[in-house]
Design a protein around this ligand. Structure first.
Ligand code: 0O2
Length: 259
């Protein structure tokens, strides 16, 4: 005899949020270890600070509505990549790519998607490096691949994005053109400041304590890595992981649902 099954939305929602919260803790711990290792080996930490948050139910609902998707738990898991979000703020642009490279090297982090808004800033001036990754969260012996969005940006980019975010929400996307224009100009100034500060920092490294220039110092300003600096779309093959990875994440999430 088949017993009736009642779908408990609240329980489903709570389990989902628990999963994302766990993924956030896992990635945060990894980043903290990475940051401590930097300090230990280089006596210097490129990471200024790290913040993290779970997207609020209101913000999730707004985004689903904006994307014309039905508000269901499976849809949220499938279509919203930044329910669990981490922001890494560092001083220099080149460090963004170094940090991204180290994240990519972590064995149990899968990079699903990269959006390089530094090489390709948005029309409004937004610059930041976004990685959508997944980590396995172990629940009752089953690994559930769970997505986390990692945003990596400089202090200047972060400063700019906070103000733009404030403006966007105040005017609900319909900000006066004059303010948008001013902000765009500020983005250009922030970009200039970032490049200039990075060049000066690099220049400083080329001198010894006595103020003498070290002849063999290699002053490469930009980190170059062919894996980075590409803006990719949803279905593209990213860093060796195909779009199938996303399916794995979905499949593995189905495991969770069957408990
Ligand atoms: P909130 O309120 O910050 O959470 P996709 O991942 O490709 O399916 P999505 O989520 O639009 O689609 O991707 P994208 O472009 O990577 O944006 C993710 C997040 O980056 C945003 O989340 C913002 O936090 C930030 N972001 C993107 N564009 C801008 C921008 O123009 N200005 C500012 N200030 N932040 C931006 P949310 O959910 O849109 O907003």
């Amino acid at each position: 005899m088949n017993l009736p099954v009642f779908y408990d939305l609240t329980e489903d929602w709570n389990r989902t949020m628990f999963l994302y919260d766990s993924a956030l803790r896992i990635v945060n711990t990894k980043l903290e270890i990475m940051s401590n290792q930097f300090m230990m080996t280089n006596h210097y930490n490129p990471i200024e600070h790290i913040t993290s948050r779970l997207k609020t139910p209101e913000s999730i609902a707004k985004k689903m509505d904006h994307n014309n998707r039905e508000l269901t738990v499976p849809n949220i898991v499938k279509y919203i990549n930044d329910i669990a979000g981490i922001r890494i703020v560092c001083s220099f642009e080149s460090e963004i790519y170094n940090i991204a490279r180290l994240i990519k090297k972590q064995a149990d982090i899968k990079v699903l998607k990269i959006k390089d808004y530094i090489m390709f800033p948005k029309e409004n001036g937004y610059a930041s490096y976004h990685m959508i990754v997944s980590v396995p969260v172990y629940m009752q012996g089953h690994a559930i691949e769970t997505k986390v969005e990692i945003q990596i940006r400089t202090i200047a980019m972060d400063f700019w994005a906070s103000l733009e975010h404030k403006m966007y929400y105040k005017f609900e996307g319909n900000a006066p053109e004059s303010i948008k224009k001013e902000l765009k100009e500020c983005a250009e100034i922030a970009g200039y400041l970032d490049r200039k500060m990075m060049a000066i920092n690099n220049e400083i490294k080329g001198y010894n304590k006595e103020g003498e220039r070290m002849p063999d110092y290699n002053s490469t300003v930009y980190a170059s890595d062919e894996d980075f600096g590409k803006l990719v779309d949803d279905d593209a093959d990213v860093l060796g992981h195909s779009a199938d990875v996303d399916e794995d994440v979905d499949k593995s999430f189905e495991n969770w649902e069957s408990f």
